[in-house]
Ligand binder design. Structure first.
Ligand code: SF4
Length: 195
């Protein structure tokens, strides 16, 4: 079955799709194609979003926290919704993405998503977003990352995803990733190379 993201060259990418693509391109393609299966990780991840999905503004550690903020970047044609954006006393903004865990031990896909949020904010507000953060709910831990350390890689990934998600993407079995993958039943990655 052909798995297509778009039929238009200038199609937009969702930031959540970009996160899945960074985890595994095949996963992003299956999710676009309508395959979704909650495993215990996605169920717990959804539960962990209940507070940040409230759509409110509140105050923490001296910062204003805006929840559920729609974002768009016309330059890179990406869009999504930020879990939370913190605004410090100087007006500096920092997107904070909430995740249940570290995504099969690698937080890079989540960093891609939150740096994508920073790219949107920079364009929307015409200001620099120097840092982003991940809040890992099961560890109650927050890690901060410099946007500039990831900017080039994220932009390259956006361009790669836009091209590759137009066509079919074969599964490639990767034990660490496939074991935690919510769409592995639909994907059937084991032995794919011999099919
Ligand atoms: S099962 Fe493995 S190859 Fe298939 S989508 Fe998930 S991570 Fe990718």
């Amino acid at each position: 079955m052909a798995v297509a993201l778009v039929d238009q060259e200038d199609a937009w990418l969702r930031l959540s799709t970009l996160q899945h693509f960074a985890y595994c391109p095949r996963q992003a393609a299956l999710l676009i194609d309508g395959v979704w299966a909650d495993n215990y990780l996605t169920v717990q991840g959804t539960a962990g979003h209940e507070h940040v999905d409230s759509g409110k503004t509140d105050y923490r550690r001296g910062a204003i926290v805006h929840h559920r903020v729609p974002l768009v970047c016309h330059r890179w044609r990406i869009r999504g919704v930020a879990d939370a954006i913190e605004q410090d006393a100087n007006g500096t903004l920092m997107p904070v993405e909430h995740k249940r865990g570290r995504g099969a031990g690698d937080e890079f896909p989540s960093i891609v998503q939150v740096v994508g949020q920073a790219l949107c904010l920079e364009e929307m507000l015409g200001s620099t977003v120097p840092e982003v953060a991940l809040y890992i709910t099961k560890e109650r831990r927050r890690d901060r990352y410099r946007t500039d350390d990831y900017r080039t890689r994220v932009i390259a990934l956006i361009e790669e995803a836009r091209v590759r998600l137009r066509g079919h993407i074969d599964p490639i079995f990767q034990a660490r990733l496939c074991t935690s993958c919510s769409v592995q039943n639909a994907c059937q990655p084991r032995g794919a190379q011999w099919r």
